[in-house]
Design a protein. Sequence first.
Lengths: 335, 503
Amino acid sequence: MKISITRIVTAAVLATGLATATSAQEYPFRDITTAVVWGAGGGTDSINRMIMAEMEKHLPVSINVINQTGGVAGSNGMVYVQNQPDDGYTLVGLSESNVTAAVQGGWDQRFDFWYPFIVGGSPDLISVPAESPYTTLQELVDAAKAAPGTIPAAASGAGSIHHLNLLAIQNGADAEFLFVPYGGSAPGQEAAIAGEVALVVTSLAEQAALIEGGLLRPLAMLTEDSAEIGGMTVPSAFDIYDGLDAYLPLKQAIGFAVHDSASDEVKSALGEAFEMAIASDVVAEWAAANNYDVGGQYGEEAQAIFATLEANFAYTLQELGATTVDPMSLGIEKP
Amino acid sequence: MDFVLTQLSGFGGAFYALVADPLTYAYLITSVFLGITFGALPGLTATLAVTILTGFFGNKIPLDYSLIALLGAYVGAIYGGSYPSILLNIPGTAASAATAMDGYPLAKEGRGGEALGLTTTASFIGTLIGTIALLVFVWVLLLLSKNIASPEKALLALFGILLSGTLMSEDLVVKGWIAGLIGLAMAMVGLDPLLSEPRYTFGWSYMLSGFQVVPVLMGAFAVPQIIEGMRHMEIGKMAQVKGRILPNFKSVKRYLPTITRSGVIGTGVGALPGVGEDVAGWVSYGVGKTVSKEGDQFGKGSLEGLLSSETANNACIGGALIPLLVLGIPGSPPAAALMGAFKINNIIPGPTIDPEIILRVVAIMLLASFTMFIMGLFTARVFMKILRIPQVVFLPIVMVLTTIGSFSVGGGINDLYLMLGVGFVAYFMNLLKFPIAPLVIGVILGGLFDETFRRSMLISGGDIFVFASRPVASVLLLLNIALIMSQIPFIKRAFGRLRGKAI
């Protein structure tokens, strides 16, 4: 009943819209709304507010950012945008964590339902409490090899990007930790400081203040490049263990997306504004201040990145027994 | 010493930023006014004021400003409850129940103006005492809290639920615990925090995110209040207020020891998890009655009795914020609503909370208490007029506000069904004299308990003694056991028999 009313209304709106607005009117001619699937104040929310404010400067309309949270892996917000017309006036603000919504039963679409734009992400690293006996990654891994599955390691919930990074380092270095899930990065880091766990895997952006405050000691970056923080150089784990590149890097991808079914006109208009926004000083300054790497991929390139993430996440979750839908049945190929 | 100085300068900075921003005043004056109005209208509580504002402001405006609105309403509502207590002998909020004991006799004697002037001053001083305690103890606790890990958190959460059940119950303590356990069970619904598996969702995707705090709060606190209010229209006779409402500094000076004692008691009770302003008011009133020289005058129009309860319930606010900010464990039901606001904004109160937020909270509390003081003195007549608004007019308005607030946090229409469902259950629980606050505390702390308890087990490899082997945890464990033991008749009798045999 609800759907049919919506359809009638949509049809009526479309009919009147077609009748009055000439087809020559170019996208965009009215304000755009971006529904962020994660809460206000979080990483995805602040990135979207920043990039949308920047894109507005290159578009004749303004962009409103709202939050539609809840569901599984942000499925509420994605379903909400899915149900809006694919005219490019409703965008969805999302991150790599949303790729699990399908296998967790939140919605019934592959991630290529979207045409994504990646603003960036913060690289993951492995850190220990300041008073930890381990000063290098090798010492930590050797200790784990001596007593497999006993050294507690914090990362946010099972199947999160940080958990996947932890699994990757376990596979790459052939060591086994005791994975202890936390409700988010902040509680996991708190637990490391309290000495409840021996190590924590979260992103540089999330750890920056704690490393600078001397509460956490960074051991290794889980990306190809080393990083500079708090006057220290954090080496790349890739330089320590050769086999890591088979599993890493698994990086955050935060940004927004429009329906893949949207017209080429919409995609190119958004792409143009996105390119100009990404190239701006504002984005560069913001990324440097918050320890983010700027991405800038969109369209097919970004879809490929998300497809890799989707497959990785889906099969990891399935191995953990945390999926309700078989990834095969959605057509997700094993990585 | 350096630490104290940096804190003070940090606080000065936060205070200055707040004072210099003209928007602050817009939010502050509106919210304090709204808070006093909510407090003054019988049937509308401080929890409701903070909850409704959380629904409205939580995710619409920046946290900096929504904090002003929420704390302003909180301070105002606890104070506002004293109006009908004194003038009608109906407590505006449960927090002011003890105020009515002496306030109404005073008003009948024609000393209503004096009583209102004194409660205004007492509330102001009480809020300040609580705020100062907040500023000092939050740092002490933050330093300590670095050693608080999962086992301690689990035991603290359990203690909060049990304590709230024990103290909030009208007749049988076990009813409070039952309410707390229902809350705990509700907190289990949704994705398992450790294994990411759905629990009790019945294949319904809405349930995967669990019961959201704001609709539960609205249902538990607002809906039964509204039904109850509509069923029993109370038309009290308002005592006449002659003379001007002025702070009587002479009395304040004379009763300064009472005020200080009540402030400390209020803050202490506030800091206990899940126990709110009403308990603070009664405890302080009880202590005052025992300690005071004019204790026999309590209940007959004693100024000291009035000051005891009214200082304590406002001091409770600062106290309630201490465990909220440091441990993420709300110290009172309105603080539970504040916790909801933090959650909506993705801020996790705890050891790694941004210190600037704490400083800002303290600065807002300070400003809010001043605003309340000034409003109480100059606009008291306005609030007395508000008391004359019939309930048939304002209760339906509140219901609409509640619904909008519940809907606006973003969960869709299902949140409204949840609110109504919880509301009707809560209403019948009220009729059966089951307290509702422990249920809400259970929903909020239950998730924490579930997660931290099982995580402790995971890390210790299933060794239950992890709760007894850590020093802080073992103390908390003993407290929990003592609390449960004290209420089990069988154990009580057994102990009695043992004692008998020993003698």
